[in-house]
Design a protein around this ligand. Structure first.
Ligand code: ADP
Ligand code: MG
Length: 319
């Protein structure tokens, strides 16, 4: 499981926002991300809402054009290439299944569209069989293909979104908070299905969540983001046992623990102040305005992303 499938180097994504006549401002959504995702692994990505997780995932897929930096897929630099051949290998499952399915298309058309774009069926019969097989694979009835998305529950809609992603036999899937919009009771069904799919098909995932408890069990490694920056990345257990970055520590302290004695022993760290705007992020370390350990240097200098222990990366002046 060591060969990398995805690598990003100094990847940056700014959105320009028109502020008035000839006046623009920039949302610095992702700032200089450097990491890789290994073949067959799940890389979890966590951080508060608005910290740039979706932007990072979509930029890796080139659904957003990067502002600067590089993206590699299986060793190939794909930063500026035509994406059609890679669209087949790289897919996304969206956060809000109802918004990501065209209400005017039947389930069969939704799943079939990807098969058509990439010419994956030799005949009409083969196409129909493939759609039915995909629906069965995600736990839906193969007779559902003539129905419309609104006729399904949220969980079933997400299954349709998953069938659409699987239709092209991808290698890499960005799972963008795939269960956040669903009832808690069905979240684990979907997560379990994604895990089974990964085992069966050898898939590689970037699994985005705003909650550490969701990604802990399914991720091999976890990256933590704050205000556009990746602040820490480590193997999942290592990150939980030995969080280094002050922001990761605050996130950890917010995760409920089942053991009440341990829970009482642990101090919950509450961050002061609001999350700053990515249009005008703090100088130096973006976390310095809220960091309980900040020193003067944190305001002046951007901390360097470093490997502090084997496969454990962080960017912080006090480490
Ligand atoms: N298309 C866009 N145009 C302008 N700003 C955007 C766009 N998409 C996201 N943003 C901004 O970029 C920042 C990161 O957003 P996002 O990646 O959606 O965060 P997350 O997924 O972690 O909640 C936010 O401030 C958001 O408002
Ligand atoms: Mg998001």
């Amino acid at each position: 499981m060591n060969k990398e499938l995805i690598r990003v180097e100094d990847l940056r994504k700014y959105f320009s926002i028109k502020m008035g006549f000839m006046k623009y401002n920039y949302v610095q959504a992702v700032e200089d991300a450097n990491f890789s995702i290994r073949k067959g692994e799940t890389l979890g990505l966590v951080g508060e809402s608005g910290c740039g997780k979706t932007t990072l995932g979509r930029t890796i897929l080139r659904l957003h054009e990067p502002t600067s930096g590089k993206i590699f897929y299986d060793g190939e630099d794909i930063t500026h290439v035509k994406m059609l051949p890679y669209r087949r290998k790289m897919q996304i499952i969206f956060q809000d299944p109802s918004a990501s399915l065209d209400p005017r298309m039947t389930v069969g058309e939704i799943v079939g569209e990807a098969i058509d774009i990439h010419k994956l069926a030799g005949s009409k019969k083969e196409r129909t069989e493939r759609i039915q097989q995909l629906l069965t694979q995600v736990g839906l009835n193969s007779e559902h293909s003539n129905r419309y998305p609104h006729e399904f529950s949220g969980g079933q809609q997400q299954r349709i979104g998953i069938a659409r992603a699987l239709a092209v036999e991808p290698e890499f899937i960005v799972c963008d908070e795939p269960v956040s919009a669903l009832d808690v009771s069905i979240q684990s069904q979907i997560v379990n299905m994604l895990e089974d799919m990964q085992k069966d098909m050898g898939l590689t995932y970037l699994f985005i969540a705003h909650d550490l408890s969701v990604v802990r069990h399914i991720s091999n490694r976890i990256g933590v983001m704050y205000l556009g920056n990746m602040v820490e990345l480590a193997e999942s257990n290592e990150l939980h046992k030995n969080p280094l970055h002050p922001y990761t520590k605050t996130l950890m302290s917010a995760v409920p623990v089942p053991d009440p004695a341990k829970s009482r022993a642990r101090k919950r760290i509450i961050l002061e102040g609001d999350i700053p705007s990515p249009m005008n992020p703090p100088s130096g370390c973006r976390f310095h305005t809220r960091c309980p350990y900040a020193i003067p240097r944190c305001k002046e200098e951007v901390p360097v992303w470093r490997e502090l222990a084997t496969d454990h990366f962080a960017a912080c002046h006090i480490l």
